[in-house]
Structures are given as C-alpha cells and as structure tokens.
Design a binder for this molecule. Structure first.
Ligand code: APR
Length: 228
C-alpha cells in the first residue's frame, strides 16, 4: 500500500473559520505572537496567555472540519496516510484521520508547566489558573511555543523519508524546523502543493502546484488518487 504523507498548516483550517498566522499582518487574533506564544510571555503574564489559549480552544471546539479535512480522512480507504500538522486544532482527528502527528502540540490538551511530558485532556474550553499537575505546578496549554523544542520533529523527518506521495496544504513554510521537512522527501517523489498563494520553494523536484483553496484543491486531488 502506498504511503501518502501530508504536511498541513493553518491554511487547511482557514475555511473552518480558524485564523491563519501570516495572513493577518503578524498578529494572532490581535495579539503580538511574542506576548502569547513564547515561554517569556507565559512567565510575564500567565493569565493573559491562559486566557488567549482558552479563547482559541473555544473557537476550535466551535469549528467544524471542512471538505479538505474530510477528503484527507477518505484517502485512508486506499492508502497508508500520515498527516503531519503544524496546527494545534483537532480538526483532522474529528474528520476521521487516524494517524496525525502534531508538531506544535494540540490545544485540546494541557501540560504540566514543570514537565512537558505530563499532558492531560482539557475538560471543556478552559484551563483554570488554579489547575495543577500531579507535581503541583500550574497547567499550561499543550502547545509548542517559539523557542521551545519540537519533540516530534525527528519522528516527522523519518516519516517524510518514507513518503511515496507528498502533499503540502496551507502552509507558508515560514517556520522551522517544520518548513525543513519538505527536504526529507525523496527527490523522485511527487510533491503536491495546495495553497491559493503558493509559497516560494526552491530546487524541489517533482513539484506540482495547485493554486486553489484547500476545500477545492484537496478533494479534487484526493478523488484523482482514489481513482488512480
Ligand atoms: N486554503 C489553503 N491555504 C490557505 C487558505 C485556504 N483557504 N488560506 C490561506 N492559506 C495559506 C496561505 O496562503 C499561507 O501560505 O495558508 C498559509 C498560512 O500560512 P501561516 O499563516 O504562516 O501558517 P503556517 O504555515 O501554518 O504557520 C506555521 O507558524 O506561527 C507559527 O506555530 C505557528 O504552526 C504555526 C507556524
């Protein structure tokens, strides 16, 4: 069974109503990323950061998977599929994808602020400032902030080397190490890029650019692959 590896970014969830990062002049929901998505921001103002992610979690819980998420789940009918996502939403899982690697964590979970390996499902949309982990330290969102390690990156690199078909959907490739993953896909492997504004990619072989929104481009490509 051929192995399809898909790297997704914020663009695949844009049509589910979840904002992307770089389409809105570097602010995320009106906040400077430094303020809310860095360990320093958490040290400076944990209440602001906790509230910011509580608001994001509420939007994620209210959002629905779109036709692109659903199409990628359908791909599992005929292919081995691994989704490597930079997104912290759970829309791939809710669409039915069974093999999702979250490079930047997932907002439906919290983690100990003392030991990142201790993670817990969040009940509802809020993590309270009074909630503590088994070590007694405050719970924070289970997301990878700028400047923090990306624990799943080696796993993701390894998966990319095993791709028979590769897709990049809805990412500006602005953030490393995620952006470097395309370099781990074999030269001879066909690489589809689906994005209304295709990001600049240099010296990649077998590139097929699909300049479409995810809900248009992904279902079309999935239908082709299922009828291949
Ligand atoms: N369909 C497909 N792609 C879209 C759509 C859409 N409807 N709308 C926007 N896009 C594309 C944009 O053209 C852009 O290339 O999605 C991409 C969004 O890029 P970013 O906002 O930079 O998101 P992403 O690449 O996921 O950012 C990576 O940066 O801020 C950090 O940790 C955060 O995971 C995030 C990482």
């Amino acid at each position: 069974m051929k192995h399809v590896v898909i790297l997704t970014g914020a663009g695949i969830s844009a049509e589910s109503g979840l904002k992307t990062f770089r389409d809105s002049d570097g602010l995320w929901e009106g906040y400077d990323i430094e303020e809310v998505a860095t360990p320093q921001g958490w040290q400076r103002n944990p209440v602001l950061v906790q509230q910011f992610y509580n608001e994001r979690r509420k939007s994620v819980l209210e959002a629905k998977p779109n036709a692109a998420h659903v199409a990628l789940a359908k791909l599992e009918e005929k292919y081995k599929v691994t989704i490597i996502t930079q997104n912290i939403d759970d829309l791939h899982e809710r669409a039915g994808s069974t093999n999702v690697v979250h490079l930047h964590g997932i907002i439906t979970h919290s983690q100990s602020s003392k030991n990142a390996k201790l993670t817990y499902p969040v009940n509802g949309w809020e993590i309270g400032m009074d909630e503590i982990c088994e070590l007694g330290s405050p719970l924070r969102p289970h997301v990878v902030w700028f400047g923090e390690d990306v624990p799943m990156i080696e796993t993701a690199m390894n998966i990319c080397t095993k791709a028979d078909i590769f897709m990049l959907v809805g990412s500006s490739l602005a953030v490393y190490p995620a952006a470097g993953l395309v370099g781990y896909v074999g030269h001879e492997v066909t690489k589809y890029i689906i994005d209304p504004k295709i990001p600049a990619i240099y010296n990649l072989m077998q590139l097929i650019k699909i300049e479409e929104r995810a809900t248009v481009g992904v279902p079309k490509l999935v239908d082709e692959l299922l009828n291949d």
